[in-house]
Design a binder for this molecule. Structure first.
Ligand code: BES
Ligand code: MN
Ligand code: ZN
Length: 462
């Protein structure tokens, strides 16, 4: 694991524990101890708190006469405990009077994010000096990993085309001395990736597959895959305006895979990591793939196109087949795959599919602890009939209006051999602002998987 240096704290809204600037003190008051706290105060402070309707609940902030700031906290710690503070407190430097949990401190850091590529932020976030007890490296790098994903998602398709995504993967590889190989355009056909090629070939910036590897060859192999559709117009089955509006985020799966890779590498987890990012813009031109076309895939299965808007599973199927043929210990994929998953669990829960039920349950538990909700969904084989084709091995989209997220996952499953596999169908975007979760791109299901990997494979000895 690399040592942190002071520069690493830039853009995290956190400061190292040994910072010498005089801070404003912050005291967390838990609702259970609120009465005791009140009773110790001077009558005039008591009156002040009354006037500010402070009751020690999460989200409440109040000031005492001595200049100390108090923060309410009810229930278990989460990103909401401190996540509102970076932009609700005045700019400046703060320190907590007591220790705080990892998830609470993380909330502060994640709440400090602003996407400032196209306009300057109107203010700086308030900054928190970390308590001595905090795991600064894990905090800082979790924030950086998340903000990497967020920046990639928030960047419009004009500046985040497949070639830009390639440059981002290469920059990530360079930071951690990882290796990366990219196959572009017609060369995808030599790799037998006919599906990635078909989805992306109509765009001015051609389709490609990035293949990053890192770590000791003797360590357990983990492969992560992310859907990198840099813009999803729907192709010839074009989306209506409302459906197309936010499709710059359709590389959210790729962005989260990259964030996870960043975190794994920054913490030096003893695994052999492989990350596959298929990238394409689903565009329209004379050479676009069409409904009715039949594609050759990496696995050798043929796929009849029912709908060019079901393009994500086409990118993924080639990448998953490549991943699976190497028989890693685990494959994890992330994709903004279906509207149906959003209908099922909403925009704030990651829909999780796995061929290993125990793994799915474990990931859900990690999701709870990390305030990163993921929920198992049925990989119900009996629905396989919905993705049958009369002229090919599979269709890319079911004629049925039901269980769209399930049939998409069943489609992917056909490209996985006997390897433990988890598929996340995620929104990758906060449609409303919450503490620690600004509106816009979000690295959903990143921490659940990281924590699982860190727990299962353990940190490297120092
Ligand atoms: N990228 C979309 C899915 C999506 C839409 C995710 C909105 C999150 C928010 C995907 O490529 C898509 O268009 N899926 C279609 C599949 C259908 C044609 C079978 C969908 O969900 O409507
Ligand atoms: Mn689509
Ligand atoms: Zn898509």
């Amino acid at each position: 694991m690399q040592e942190l240096n002071p520069d690493d704290f830039a853009d995290t809204a956190l400061l190292p524990a040994d910072t010498t600037i005089t801070p404003t003190l912050l005291k967390i008051i838990r609702s259970e101890t609120f009465d005791d706290f009140i009773n110790e105060l001077t009558p005039s402070d008591q009156q002040w708190l009354n006037r500010q309707s402070f009751a020690g609940k999460t989200g409440q902030i109040a000031w005492l006469e001595n200049g100390q700031c108090i923060i309410g906290s009810s229930g278990e710690d989460s990103l909401s405990t401190l996540g509102h503070l970076p932009y609700q407190l005045p700019e400046g430097v703060y320190r907590l009077t007591d220790d705080a949990s990892f998830i609470a401190l993380l909330g502060w850091g994640l709440g400090g994010y602003r996407f400032d590529r196209y306009k300057l932020a109107d203010r700086m976030p308030a900054k928190l000096i970390l308590p001595d007890s905090a795991n600064a490296s894990e905090l800082v790098h979790t924030i950086k990993a998340t903000n990497l994903s967020r920046d990639l998602i928030n960047t419009p398709a004009q500046d985040m085309a497949p070639s830009h995504l390639q440059a981002e993967v290469e920059a990530l590889a360079e930071t951690f001395a990882a290796e990366v190989n990219t196959t572009v355009g017609d060369e995808l056909l030599d790799l037998e990736c006919g599906a990635i090629h078909a989805v992306g070939r109509a765009a001015a910036d051609g389709p490609r597959l990035m293949d990053l590897t890192w770590g000791d060859l003797d360590h357990p192999k983990i492969t992560i895959v992310g859907k990198g559709v840099t813009f999803d117009s729907g192709g010839l089955n074009m989306k209506p305006s409302g459906g197309m509006r936010w499709m710059k985020k359709d590389m959210g799966g790729a962005a989260i895979a990259m964030g996870l890779a960043y975190l794994v590498m920054s913490q030096g987890l003893p695994i052999r990591l492989r990350m596959l990012i298929p990238a394409a813009e689903n565009a329209v031109a004379g050479n676009a793939f069409r409904p009715g076309d039949v594609l050759d895939t990496h696995k050798g299965l043929t796929v009849e196109i029912d709908n060019t808007d079901a393009e994500g599973r086409l990118l993924l199927c080639d990448a998953l087949s490549m991943a699976s043929s190497e028989k890693p210990e685990l494959i994890v994929d992330y994709a903004t795959l279906t509207g149906a998953a959003r209908g099922a669990v909403g925009a704030e829960i990651g829909a999780l599919f796995s061929n290993d039920d125990a793994l799915a349950q474990e990931l859900m538990q990690f999701g709870r602890a990390e305030d990163d909700a993921v929920w198992p969904m049925p990989l119900h084989d009996d629905y396989d009939y919905m993705i049958k084709s009369n002229i090919a091995d599979l269709v890319n989209s079911a004629a049925s209006p039901y269980a769209g997220a399930v049939t998409a996952a069943l489609f992917l499953k056909r490209f996985i051999d006997d390897v433990p596999w988890v598929h996340f169908d995620i929104m990758a975007f906060n449609i409303r602002k919450r503490p620690g979760r600004p509106e816009g791109g979000e690295a959903m299901a990143l921490r659940s998987v990281y924590r699982y990997l860190a727990q299962r494979f353990g940190a490297i000895d120092e």
